[in-house]
Design a protein around this ligand. Structure first.
Ligand code: FE2
Ligand code: FE2
Length: 279
């Protein structure tokens, strides 16, 4: 049994020099600590490789789930892959580094709080967290455009060969559901997703129109159906702990320098097990 801790972090956004410095300071407290990285490491392949290599060298195990930023095809990234091909290349990169992805067998944490199955997920969004008072995706997107609150994903995240992110999302939800249903039914899980699985955490967004890029109603009962001891997510850049149906949800984002500077010295690593304050 591992004597270390299971930590989590997300939204490292290493394109910012100050965030790279924060990542350079991330170290295990004990030699056998594990680290979950819940997406938005960066947009550029070289940046993602730099950060995951550094973390892989330090932590006993690193588990990654993709964020929307990893799936962007920025115009100045020499890697021109889009959509599913880009995701598959990221999985290939992680496999070369020995970092676990949603495509690998789920690891079992048997340290404090375990044994639990740690399931990194990739379910994207389908615009079902619609803007208030509207009933279709199209209406919701129109509302966002009118409010001037449009996620950069609309320009840089391509879903090829799917028609859109919502089709890709539905395909991912279907296959992920089957994998989770096949897990040991006696063992609790830690569900790791870039997005919050339930809509409630998005209620505090400053711009409610942004919620449509933050998840899907299709995962609303997964924390209960799949026995989550904890759900780890990011993307909102609102780090906090909330409880939904008695399940602990941890938003573990670092965020952009202008966001974390307000909170003082960044200490982004959150202990999932044992559940402690930040280190
Ligand atoms: Fe982010
Ligand atoms: Fe994100």
């Amino acid at each position: 049994m591992a004597s270390g801790s299971l930590y989590a972090v997300s939204d490292l956004h290493v394109v910012y020099a100050e965030n790279r410095q924060v990542v350079e300071g991330l170290r295990p407290v004990r030699g056998d600590d594990w680290l979950i990285v819940a997406g938005d490491v960066g947009e550029f392949f070289a940046d993602i490789e730099w950060a995951l290599t550094l973390l892989r060298d330090r932590f006993a195990r690193v588990i990654w789930a993709p964020g929307n930023h990893e799936l962007w095809t920025p115009p100045d990234d020499p890697v021109r892959l889009r959509g599913v091909a880009r995701y598959e290349a990221l999985v290939g990169l992680c496999r070369r580094l020995g970092v676990l992805t949603p495509e690998d067998d789920y690891a079992v944490w048997d340290g404090a709080g375990g044994p639990v199955t740690i399931a990194p997920l990739f379910t994207l969004y389908d615009y079902s967290f619609r803007a208030p008072g509207v009933h279709t995706k199209e209406e919701s997107l129109r509302r966002a455009h009118a409010a001037g609150v449009v996620c950069t994903d609309e320009m840089l995240l391509h879903a090829d060969p799917y028609a859109g992110a919502d089709d890709w999302c539905r395909a991912r939800v279907g296959l992920t559901e089957r994998r989770l249903a096949a897990c040991d039914p006696d063992r609790p899980t830690v569900l790791v997703n870039h997005y919050p699985l339930v809509r409630r955490p998005t209620d505090v967004l400053y711009y409610p129109e942004f919620a449509q890029w933050c998840g899907t109603e299709l995962t609303a009962d997964w924390h209960l159906r799949f026995r989550a001891a904890a759900v780890v997510y990011g993307h909102l850049h609102i780090p906090r702990t909330t409880w939904h149906d008695g399940v602990r949800f941890e938003e573990v984002s670092l965020g952009y320098p202008r966001e974390w500077r307000r909170r003082g010295v960044p200490r982004p690593m959150r202990a999932i097990f044992p559940a402690l304050a930040r280190v």
